[in-house]
Design a protein around this ligand. Structure first.
Ligand SMILES: *[C@@H]1O[C@H](CO)[C@@H](O)[C@H](O)[C@H]1NC(C)=O
Ligand SMILES: *[C@@H]1O[C@H](CO)[C@@H](O)[C@H](O)[C@H]1NC(C)=O
Ligand SMILES: *[C@@H]1O[C@H](CO)[C@@H](O)[C@H](O)[C@H]1NC(C)=O
Ligand SMILES: *[C@@H]1O[C@H](CO)[C@@H](O)[C@H](O)[C@H]1NC(C)=O
Ligand SMILES: *[C@@H]1O[C@H](CO)[C@@H](O)[C@H](O)[C@H]1NC(C)=O
Ligand SMILES: *[C@@H]1O[C@H](CO)[C@@H](O)[C@H](O)[C@H]1NC(C)=O
Ligand SMILES: *[C@@H]1O[C@H](CO)[C@@H](O)[C@H](O)[C@H]1NC(C)=O
Length: 896
């Protein structure tokens, strides 16, 4: 049930009387709700969004009030979209003067409470992903006749400076007209406000003046209080036009390069030097052009790359590596961004064509090699930033495809010298893999949503990192005066950004302390020194009392938790436990809903019913509901399990998958043999049916050495019916007695004769059935015409096999009547999604590894993931005998 909560951002809400997009799924009510009409008797009469920003730290309170005007109980709903970067800190409901507060607990403890509630049929998750930048918090409660309810949600976040401004956004979506609707944003910035703006995506020109904005000195203010008439989508309409994003952006004065705030023993240091010359960049763009990029994705990638090239400064150096399972390199080495080179690059980029599979390891290592060479040969400036910009839309399935090993290889090769930025395009990427790959190499990762603006998202990300002005920044604080520092060394500072460091002042007797900042600039090393007076504390806290006095401490905690959570993603296991413990402790102490904590809300129910427990968790990017959960075993995620009828099959290079419906699980193995060999898949002497497959290899090319094999030809014999069928990637041939009938894959066709049926679905599959009880389907995988490496190949699936006798054998056939196995001792490996386990089968103990294979029947291009226990070494120990025992001399071989 929806207890997977989602991430925050800064948008949000409405108390709404309509049962739309609610998240709470209370089992006993589902049916009733689905037929319920809008409960117009609940009137939301007030929504107030109040944000107070002090030195970039935003404290947001959303209050929504409603009354039930009906003479029976009604349910009131409260939905808020908040930024994924925010942490919820409080939620409460006030009903008839009684407050029902949310309590923040360790996730495991909350989980127990949740499970108990589930067992009583009372369950609910409160948060789910909603937009690119937001997660949605939703709750509903029963309100007695004539009663009032107030919902109050509090969340906090630090506003990050990007491209010269801080931005906070509020999602507006009240759903009905509201008597009192208010957005109030108060900003207090000790450096003084340089500009302030507020925009709403839904506002007409007439209504623009309804947004009031002003700033002067340290204070800024934005308010938006549309009257009921101003909210109407047209005169006399009862619908609201308030639907969209409300964005406040501002920047502070830049007379000084930094600012330090010290309050209650905690300090926050903001550092943003400006007007520096840019440090030249050396960029290798490593771009996925595998087959799945086909269509819009590749077009948008080309467009984004052209725009990026247009924005490239002449002092930069660059090169391109395009990859599928092969690599195409644009130039032998990095070249300077001269107008001629840029022009040539634009041409090159506009020719990118998608094809092939995905090998991520080799192109990234190649990029590192190029950078190494550029530095060794001194063809790039000594003072420069070297980076790899990796874009992919899928998971590695060729070459080194073990994610941990790719990470290891890349980290070893980079040795901290270059930065790797990774971009995951669409939802098929292994986000945690890309994230760790980037974080381990001082970069960051971003998801690019498949949408009409994907090119702008790509370019936008590039812009953020396009202009480094300082490198290797070390912020040095006196050790004897401060403690509990957040991260204080940074690889880059980008124009328009800001470095933030927070810590605790340990020596209360000091009047001041000195901060030294050392960094490398474009032309020379830079050094900045600041003397921080501490006696100012009182003034500051007095001044800021109207905001909130402990903001430095909360900002410090927010930043520390974010950094601990991030480090956890790439720490080794022992370190990870400690980082987790620290982050948990702080989350509980400062009452933040983070990925380690949950908020439990006990909701009052109608009198005769029991209380209901609701849980709010934090959204974690890359763990969407179809992905393995952080708490359960990754391989237990329900949505991973396919819903198509169970089947045994062999597909791809050749992967055998055996289904065990009664165990709700599958086993899988590969067979590695020479091209040309024929393998027996099914043989049943009694029913006289056999199926054999012949292997083909990849095309031989000078630069790809590959010994992958696929089935290129499949023979089916039915001795009793005197039928032989040969399926190749070109055609299907049916031989019956002396008659021969041929079908092309290019046309749909069928025959039906005396218990034998064949249906060809043009360019996708052919189904065969013999009497009742033996049905197979063969799938045609077509690769790109003139593909340099791959040939077309076939996949074989059994849909029904109950006709076969107990003696049926063959690589697939031997499992038709089941096999008993037990899995135990599941344990972690370095790949969190691929645990190992011990499998007991046929009185042997085998080590097996959790893996995923794909069933291509429903989705010919991407396949549907089938989690399975992988048996190593050609299925050794699982299959009878050894795999070579299954080699047969002829495509129609069947023994008597
Ligand atoms: C509640 O109101 C409805 C009309 O809105 C009326 O028909 C009904 O009798 C009322 N019930 C009670 C218990 O007052
Ligand atoms: C949460 O909000 C409620 C209602 O405003 C308040 O009573 C309670 O003290 C708050 N809890 C915390 C931890 O601030
Ligand atoms: C990029 O620059 C080229 C040459 O100056 C120009 O023709 C092209 O329109 C530009 N493309 C974009 C997307 O800005
Ligand atoms: C983490 O480790 C440090 C020492 O390495 C120790 O001082 C600290 O108490 C540990 N923190 C937790 C929460 O376990
Ligand atoms: C099969 O697995 C799914 C997902 O883990 C689960 O929901 C279902 O109850 C399981 N069925 C059986 C028979 O175990
Ligand atoms: C070819 O297959 C063998 C296993 O039979 C494997 O050890 C070897 O690495 C493969 N070679 C290539 C180039 O993939
Ligand atoms: C065969 O192909 C057709 C047409 O593409 C598709 O609708 C059908 O689901 C496929 N059947 C199987 C069993 O794969």
């Amino acid at each position: 049930m929806g207890r997977r909560l989602l991430g925050f951002a800064l948008l949000f809400y409405a108390l709404c009387p309509i049962s739309s997009d609610f998240v709470i799924e209370e089992i006993r009510k589902i049916q009733k709700r689905s037929i319920r009409k809008p409960a117009a008797d609940i009137e939301v009469y007030s929504i107030i969004i109040n944000s107070q920003v002090t030195s970039r730290f935003a404290h947001n309170v959303i209050t929504s009030r409603a009354v039930n005007k009906a003479n029976i109980s009604k349910e009131a709903f409260f939905d808020v979209d908040l930024p994924k970067t925010a942490f919820i800190t409080n939620f409460s409901m006030i009903i008839d003067g009684v407050t029902y507060p949310g309590v923040i607990k360790e996730k495991e403890a909350a989980k127990k409470q949740y499970e108990k509630a589930v067992s009583r049929g009372q369950t609910a998750g409160l948060v789910r992903a909603s937009g690119r930048k937001t997660e949605k918090f939703s709750v509903s409660v029963n309100v007695a006749p004539e009663s009032k309810v107030t919902f109050e949600l509090v969340y906090e976040e630090m506003l990050k400076r990007h491209l010269g401004k801080y931005e906070m956004f509020i999602k507006v979506q009240p759903k009905t007209l509201v008597k009192k609707y208010e957005i109030e944003v108060s900003i207090h910035e000790p450096q003084g406000i340089r500009f302030l703006d507020a925009q709403a995506s839904f506002l007409t020109n007439d209504l623009l003046p309804a947004i009031k904005k002003s700033f002067s000195g340290e204070k800024g203010h934005v308010s938006f209080k549309p009257t009921i008439d101003q909210q109407r989508s047209c005169t006399n309409c009862e619908t609201t036009l308030l639907k969209g994003d409300f964005t406040v952006s501002y920047d502070v004065n830049r007379e000084s390069i930094g600012n330090i705030q010290v309050v209650n023993g905690y300090f926050v240091h903001f550092f943003a030097p400006h007007k520096l010359s840019g440090v030249p960049k050396n960029v290798v763009y490593v771009i996925d052009r595998s087959g799945s990029m086909w269509g819009r994705k590749i077009e948008q990638t080309r467009e984004a790359l052209i725009r990026i090239l247009n924005d490239t400064s002449e002092h930069d150096h660059f090169n391109f590596i395009l990859f599928d399972h092969t690599i195409t390199q644009w130039k032998d080495s990095l070249v300077k961004a001269t107008p001629e080179n840029l022009e040539e690059a634009r041409k090159f980029v506009s020719m990118i064509k998608p094809e092939g599979l995905t090998n991520i390891n080799d192109p990234v290592l190649k990029a590192i090699e190029l950078l190494n060479k550029a530095h060794e040969d001194r063809t790039v400036p000594e003072r420069s930033v070297s980076m790899i910009f990796l874009l992919t839309d899928g998971e590695a399935n060729r070459g080194e495809s073990n994610p941990s090993r790719i990470q290891e290889n890349v980290k070893k090769a980079i040795q901290g010298r270059y930065t790797l930025y990774s971009l995951g395009f669409g939802t098929n990427v292994d986000y945690p893999f890309l994230e760790k790959l980037a974080l381990e190499n001082s970069g960051i990762t971003r998801r690019i949503y498949e949408d009409s603006d994907a090119d702008l998202q790509l370019q936008g990300f590039y812009n953020e990192i396009a202009n480094p002005t300082l490198i290797n920044i070390e912020m040095q604080y006196p050790e004897n005066a401060v403690a509990d520092l957040t991260e204080s060394n940074f690889k880059h500072y980008f124009e328009g950004g800001e470095i933030v460091v927070a810590g605790r002042v340990t020596d209360n007797d000091l009047n001041s302390f000195i901060v030294d900042v050392k960094a490398d600039g474009a032309e020379e090393p830079k050094k900045y020194t600041e003397n921080i007076p501490l006696q100012m504390e009182d003034d500051v806290s007095k001044q800021q009392k109207y905001i909130f006095g402990d903001f430095t401490e909360r900002l410090w905690a927010y930043l520390t938790i974010q950094q601990l959570l991030e480090k956890r993603l790439y720490a080794d296991p022992s370190e990870k436990a400690n980082l987790t413990a620290q982050a948990l402790e702080l989350s509980l102490k400062f009452k933040f809903v983070t990925p380690l904590t949950s908020m439990v809300v006990t909701k009052p129910e109608e009198k005769e019913k029991e209380e209901e427990t609701l849980i709010a968790d934090k959204f974690v990017e890359g763990q969407d509901p179809s992905q393995p959960s952080a708490v359960g075993h990754p391989w237990q995620a329900a949505s991973y399990i396919h819903s198509t009828p169970t089947t045994n099959f062999v597909d791809s290079d050749p992967h055998f998958v055996i289904n065990f419906p009664q165990k709700n699980d599958s086993l899988c193995f590969n067979i590695q043999e020479e091209p040309g060999q024929i393998l027996n898949l099914i043989e049943d002497k009694q029913s006289g049916i056999a199926v054999n497959g012949q292997l083909i290899g990849n095309k031989k090319t000078a630069n790809v050495i590959s010994n992958e094999t696929y089935f290129g030809r499949i023979g089916i014999v039915n001795r009793q019916m005197k039928i032989r069928i040969e399926v190749t990637t070109d055609k299907i041939t049916v031989l019956n007695h002396k008659n021969k009938k041929m079908f092309s894959w290019k046309k749909t066709g069928s025959i039906s004769k005396e218990g034998f049926n064949l249906v060809v679905n043009k360019r996708s599959n052919v189904t065969f059935s013999f009497e009742e009880g033996a049905t197979f389907v063969i799938i045609l995988h077509e690769v790109w015409k003139d593909h340099p490496v791959h040939r077309d190949f076939l996949g074989f699936y059994t849909l029904d096999h109950h006709t076969f006798s107990p003696e049926v054998h063959g690589l697939l056939g031997q499992f038709f009547h089941g096999i008993d196995y037990e899995i135990s001792n599941v344990h972690k490996t370095d790949n969190p999604y691929k645990p190992d386990a011990t499998m007991k089968v046929k009185n042997k103990l085998l080590t097996v590894t959790r893996g995923v294979q794909r069933d291509y029947r429903k989705d010919l291009r991407n396949g549907i993931k089938i989690p399975c226990w992988f048996v190593h070494f050609n299925g050794k120990g699982l299959i009878d005998g050894t795999h070579t025992d299954y080699i047969v001399p002829d495509i129609f071989s069947i023994s008597y």
